[in-house]
Design a protein around this ligand. Sequence first.
Ligand code: SAH
Ligand code: SF4
Length: 415
Amino acid sequence: MREKPAQLVPLDAADASGGQSEPLFGFDAESLSRLLVSAGEPAFRGNQIAEAMYRQWLSEISEISTLPAALRVKLAAEGWQVGRPAIARAFQSVDGTERYLIELVGARAKSETVETVWMPEGDGGEAGDEGESEQDLRAPSFPRQFAERVGENKPQSALDPETKDWSRATVCISSQVGCAVNCQFCLTAKLGLQRNRTAGEIAGQVVAVLERQAVRIGRDRVNLVFMGMGEPFLNYDNFMAAVRLLVREVGLSPRRMTVSTSGIVPGIERFALEPPDLRPKLAISLNAPNDTIRAEIMPINRKWPISEVIAAVRLVPLRPRERITFEYVLLGGVTDHPEHAREVARLVRRSGLPAKVNLIAWNPGPGIAYTMPSPEAVAIFHELLIGEGIAAYIRQPRGRDIFAACGQLKRTMEA
Ligand code: SAH
Ligand code: SF4
């Protein structure tokens, strides 16, 4: 790593990539101001950089025209760059879903990509569902040749905001490269944990997609779900720092964000202490009706059984009308019996939480010995829950022709 003058050493080392040049993307306005002050510049230059990166979505220091040319040159000469992750490739589904390969910036990340999924929705039926984000986030595996490569290198061709054909969309994002939790049904688990993503990388993948889709902040309804690769609560600090960047600097609403966890109790307990106006909604990957089955398919349950997870969730002070989501992956013959539905209903009722259940038909993947539930089993499970007075939804597959399944990301790119 090149030498930098002492005064330009990053203040928040957590967000520095350690590569050839340091990304500015990831520092909030306050840290940027401190950084600039330490370099002998006025504090407002930090705000200008934040404005440029997070509001105007500029990705090169040379483009930040509010900064004097000499300062732009100085920053670059001293090894700084905006360093926002870029969309390297984009795959487009017939249903409008897009899947992006996001290239991480920095030397140690050269060979690493993560995936982000954009799911536009029509205008059908979502009106008034304040902050709801249940949509389908996974899809069955499809032959690779169905995927259409629509861009390479730098496909950030912003769409014309007036002609775009969505009024609500969801971005599914990754918090880690791989995952250490080892759920038996999940493809990401097969990768193991490769590394945590920094706050700048997590927030950067979102901004890259917002730019590509020409999203109008404050006008378009864009939901974010932390349901891509990784366990956000095992990368807690970076995950929450990314949320703060996205809320405070980029201007997205935390009410339209949902974080999903496999039930990392210390993470949920920390989450409960976050200011409610600065945290996403919470989804718990329940996935089984009882501890016996859950421990089989999610070994993490041996450490934190269902009762402990629910006790931790109860600590989270909910906003008015906010509900906890229980995600429930239906595995054929394993978790999809009618009796399981009744057990889930009892469990949810007994939790006393305002909650809803999102049913997800399991998506198959290579080397995973489960079977998909039959459509009838899914329908019966859903009806039973509804009959028991539980709010329950079935996620419909999206982007199935391009492997846009959140539970299946990454592996599908490996030829
Ligand atoms: N690690 C977090 C968030 C990412 S996984 C978590 O586990 O909650 C997001 C969701 O995808 C989880 O609810 C998980 O149970 C589900 N999932 C994982 N693999 C899947 C698959 N093959 N088919 C359907 N859903 C899957
Ligand atoms: Fe990790 Fe979530 Fe997959 Fe479990 S389901 S292995 S926690 S990404």
